[in-house]
Design a protein around this ligand. Sequence first.
Ligand code: BV8
Ligand code: ZN
Length: 254
Amino acid sequence: MLATEFDPALIAALQEADKIVVLTGAGVSAESGIPTFRDALTGLWRNFDAQALATPEAFQRDPALVWGWYEWRRARVLAARPNAAHRAIAALAHRVPQLSLITQNVDDLHERAGSRDVRHLHGSLHHPRCFDCGLAFALPEGRPEEPEGGRRLPPPRCPACGGPVRPGVVWFGEAMPRDLLDAAFDACASSDLLIVVGTSGVVYPVAELPAVAKRAGRRVVQVNLAPSELDRVCSWNLRGEAGKVLPALFGNAF
Ligand code: BV8
Ligand code: ZN
């Protein structure tokens, strides 16, 4: 993207910001080959709706199906590499006085790109726990051997109580950790600039964050391949792939 394609007011906002918050969704990992939450699922999962699988009820009804899905996703994440968008966000932290990175993603690609203190509002694929007693479960080293289409896998058993191990994610219908959520709301309301990357803005309460920033008189810029629910609250809507737009945008500002 050419320098001229960015509004000079946006470049100035980046250069003048003391406190920047970056909020990411599945779109930031798309160019690493990780299907977004709304992309059609493949293989064994092709007849399932991600939203229907990502619930405690689905896990209780069929733990092997749900655990198998998450292990398939975890295998894909471990086989993937951070992309230029993850790297641009990690580099931005060294160019601004204060950067807070909040993600809805459950992969560790931000961390593997060098970002620190990543706030995973929807949890992580990499930190499972016991469904019954909550004890953290240590996953075996290395990549799970997962066939491309995925398979049903009975979840491991908790060494302390024998309960089934569940993914360490926040499912639909489950509350987010209150302190994490409150801190995210405070960060957005007190930021100089909120940069929203690759999210459809349909999952609450995280989808509320850009509106919280706007109501507090903060400016919001969105990077997305397509229009989203957030377009109306953003001061700038940059259309394009995050792996191309972010390096160009930050490269022109700093
Ligand atoms: C809760 C973890 C209450 C699991 C996920 C109002 C208030 C509160 C709750 C609700 C509410 N209304 C409805 C609800 C219920 C529900 C909800 O929001 N439902 C929606 C569907 C309407 N919310 C909840 O249940 C939440 N819990 O509120 O609990 C409570 C309170 C007290 C006590 C008990 C209960 C919990 C929600 C968390 C669900 N877990 N993930 C897992 O990953 O398996 S959410 C899931 O969807 C993903 O993790 C992701 O975080 C989220 C959003 O998806 P996106 O990241 O936006 O991805 P998506 O595919 O949608 O879009 C990708 C975007 O990227 C697109 O716009 C695309 O154009 C763009 N893109 C693609 N490629 C690129 C790109 N952009 C740039 N570059 C590219 N290359
Ligand atoms: Zn247990």
